[in-house]
Ligand binder design. Structure first.
Ligand code: NI
Length: 214
């Protein structure tokens, strides 16, 4: 897979904002990027702003309505400290151990629950400069990276709960859905068909065509 920095600035991405469950971008697998352009770099800058405003430690592109395999992390949740990490087209391998820790998600406001995940994992990804990185992760960074990677697969931490906790989460998700559908019916949010059209247009701009090499 090649990622070629491109001097051209194709279609702008436009204003970005955090999207909440059940926005269709969250529930759909993202697509690998085949080019990195100025508009995408600007979008990543904006993602950091959005993440810091919400005091988050990680943010996946589809949490701001971009259908790309890209997420950002700063374990300090603070622009003045910590390291700003950008991972493009990530893959995870070699899961080892098990750890349980409480998680929350900027797209599931108010919900926090214990989630079981591998304790260690190897991450392969590209940086915004097009450099390849391989990191053997454990601790909090391993947890955050796995949570963000799940987003790119269209999965939320509520998909990883044992049955009793899952029923409890279901009630919260159902009320978030009611709020979302209400906002759509009042015209405050686009309808699903328009959201899918925009996601497809963004994919066409920076991802390989379906069935093509990526
Ligand atoms: Ni999340």
């Amino acid at each position: 897979m090649d990622i070629t920095p491109s001097p051209a600035d194709p279609a702008g991405i436009g204003p970005l904002e955090l999207v909440e469950y059940p926005h269709p971008a969250l529930l759909r697998r993202t697509s690998p990027l085949v080019s990195i352009d100025d508009a995408l770099c600007a979008a990543v800058d904006r993602m950091f702003e959005i993440m810091y405003e919400a005091v988050g430690v990680g943010l996946a592109a589809n949490q701001v309505g971009l259908p790309y395999r890209l997420f950002i992390v700063n374990l300090e949740a603070n622009p003045e400290s910590g390291e700003e990490l950008v991972f493009i087209n990530p893959t995870l391998s070699r899961p080892r151990g098990t750890a349980v820790q409480e998680e929350g998600c900027l797209s599931l406001p108010g919900l926090r629950m214990d989630v079981r995940r591998p304790e260690k994992v190897v991450l392969d990804a590209w940086t915004l400069d097009g450099e390849q990185v391989r990191l053997d992760l454990d601790g909090f960074l391993a947890r955050v990276v796995q949570h963000e990677f799940d987003h790119l697969e269209g999965r939320l931490f509520t998909d990883r709960l044992p049955e009793a906790a899952s029923l409890e989460a279901r009630r919260a998700l159902d009320s978030m859905r009611d709020v979302f559908l209400g906002r759509q019916s009042r015209g405050e949010l686009p309808v699903d068909a328009d959201i899918h059209t925009r996601l497809a247009a963004l994919e066409a701009e920076r991802c390989a065509p379906p069935g093509g090499r990526a």
